[in-house]
Write a protein that binds this ligand. Structure first.
Ligand SMILES: [Mn+2]
Length: 468
């Protein structure tokens, strides 16, 4: 059986909170998703009969482990990194697709009829933030997937959207140079691994992100031809929006509260998507991705980032002992924590440099810690910075770096639509001296409380650890 949103929801049903009370998806769902600690399914959406809405599927390591079929949350990053190192899987075309059970074209293809929420107060409108956005390179024929934001307006068929200067933007520029419209589709409601891998930012000359995700899942992804445009989309998506992007048209777009939880970032005149068809399953589930702090939005980007950097940082000096990589969702993707064991002097510094110059523009601050620091625990990481770091030698700032377009704390250069920002990046070495300096390393060793490891006090330990 193919991996789909439905197969995933079934596998985690014991964690899903099913809500049958009526809710207004446009004006109420945002805060409920933002506050929720686990998976949500809304069954009764005011004004959208026959639709359901789900979100908060992979916010924590537990949900991410479930998506990858793992039990141990510490295996999430190393496992995904290993699957990614094995390369892409394949795709095959199918004729019949669940996503074509209902097909609407012409006036019927009204995007306002999909239960798309307003994410945040101050947003310019309702925003689709969960569409895996598919385009194809007109020269190479290789597709690209990412997740773009698209703003709904009063227009039933035209919507402005924003792109960072990445692969889909380069496709768009090629169509602009040819003065032709670009076919584009949004696929909504896939197995989370497809959503996660759509946010991977590496180079791919012979495969697309859907095929890469299929490799991670050990399957072949089933694709179907779109009904109104020349493009392939996942056959098992819940919803697909087909359309064209005019080469020069612009509409005002933004503001939109982004993953930074800042209300600004890239507003301005933006390219316009014109809907040509909406197709969906008979009883569609709208997969929402609430954009505020912190929801699925952060790990969807940070998870493929963690795995890609895990593989990248291991390459430092040919073979560095990288134990885990964590981009804390509560730091909105701009901070990376690397857990490692350095053998030699200079090794940590080189790993930190590699992290600051990797494929993602998000990494602004990177912190290296030892194997005995819990990198999922902010208190432990801050302890390491406080007690294992000499700021005079262990903290450095690199100026003149390109940073993420939505990082409003960094000055903007020029007035390019896609936004360019240049500023500083910071590295913090909070590790002990390397393993070959045994004595100096031992001076920064942690002490264990007396009684640790004594099996006789296990029951009492459980009691004293209980919140009260
Ligand atoms: Mn890409």
């Amino acid at each position: 059986m193919p991996h789909t949103l439905r197969s995933f929801l079934e596998s985690i049903d014991n964690r899903v909170l099913h809500i049958h009370d009526p809710v207004d998806p446009v004006r109420q769902v945002g805060y409920l998703c933002s506050e929720s600690r686990g998976p949500l399914m809304f069954h009764n959406l005011d004004g959208f009969d026959g639709w359901r809405l789900t979100d908060i599927l992979i916010k924590d390591r537990q949900g991410q482990a479930a998506a990858l079929g793992l039990d141990d949350i510490k295996q999430v990053c190393p496992f995904l990194a290993g699957q990614m190192a094995n390369g892409a899987g394949g795709s095959k075309m199918v004729k019949d697709a669940p996503v074509h059970e209902v097909v609407m074209t012409g006036d019927d293809a009204d995007i306002r009829h999909i239960p798309i929420p307003i994410h945040s107060k101050g947003d310019a409108g309702r925003y689709l933030g969960s569409g895996v956005t598919i385009t194809r390179d007109p020269e190479t024929g290789i597709r690209n997937e990412s997740i773009l934001r698209m703003q709904l307006t009063d227009d039933p068929h035209r919507a402005p959207f924003w792109m960072a200067a990445r692969h889909n933007y380069s496709h768009y520029l090629k169509y602009v140079a040819m003065d032709k419209p670009m076919p584009m589709a949004f696929a909504i409601g896939l197995h989370p691994v497809y959503e996660i891998m759509a946010n991977w930012s590496g180079r791919h000359d012979t495969f697309d992100e859907l095929e890469y995700a299929a490799g991670v899942l050990g399957e072949t992804v089933e694709l179907v031809k779109c009904r109104t445009i020349d493009l392939e989309v996942p056959a098992h998506a819940e919803i697909v929006i087909e359309g064209m992007v005019h080469p020069t048209a612009r509409m005002p777009e933004g503001p939109f509260g982004e993953f930074t939880t800042l209300g600004t970032g890239a507003e301005g005149p933006a390219p316009v998507f014109t809907v040509t068809a909406i197709t969906h399953r008979k009883d569609p589930i709208f997969r929402h991705m609430q954009a505020t702090w912190f929801t699925d939005h952060q790990p969807l980007i940070t998870l493929p980032m963690e795995a890609a950097y895990y593989n990248r940082l291991k390459e430092t000096h040919g073979n560095s002992n990288i134990i885990d990589v964590f981009v804390p969702p509560w730091a909105s993707q701009f901070m990376m924590i690397v857990q490692m064991e350095a053998k030699w002097d200079g090794q940590v510094g080189d790993v930190l440099m590699s992290a600051l110059s990797g494929p993602n523009l998000h990494v602004k601050t990177v912190i290296a810690v030892d194997e005995d620091v819990d990198i999922y625990n902010a208190e432990d990481v801050l302890w390491a910075i406080a007690c294992r770091c000499n700021p005079e030698t262990d903290v450095w700032v690199h100026p003149g770096s390109r940073l993420h377009p939505l990082d409003v704390s960094i000055p903007q250069r020029g007035d390019e639509y896609t936004v360019m920002r240049v500023g500083g990046k910071m590295a913090i070495d909070a590790t002990r001296p390397p393993t070959w300096r045994k004595e100096e390393r031992a001076k920064l060793g942690r002490v264990d409380p007396m009684g640790k490891g004594d099996a006789a006090i296990e029951r009492l330990l459980e009691l004293v650890r209980q919140p009260r």
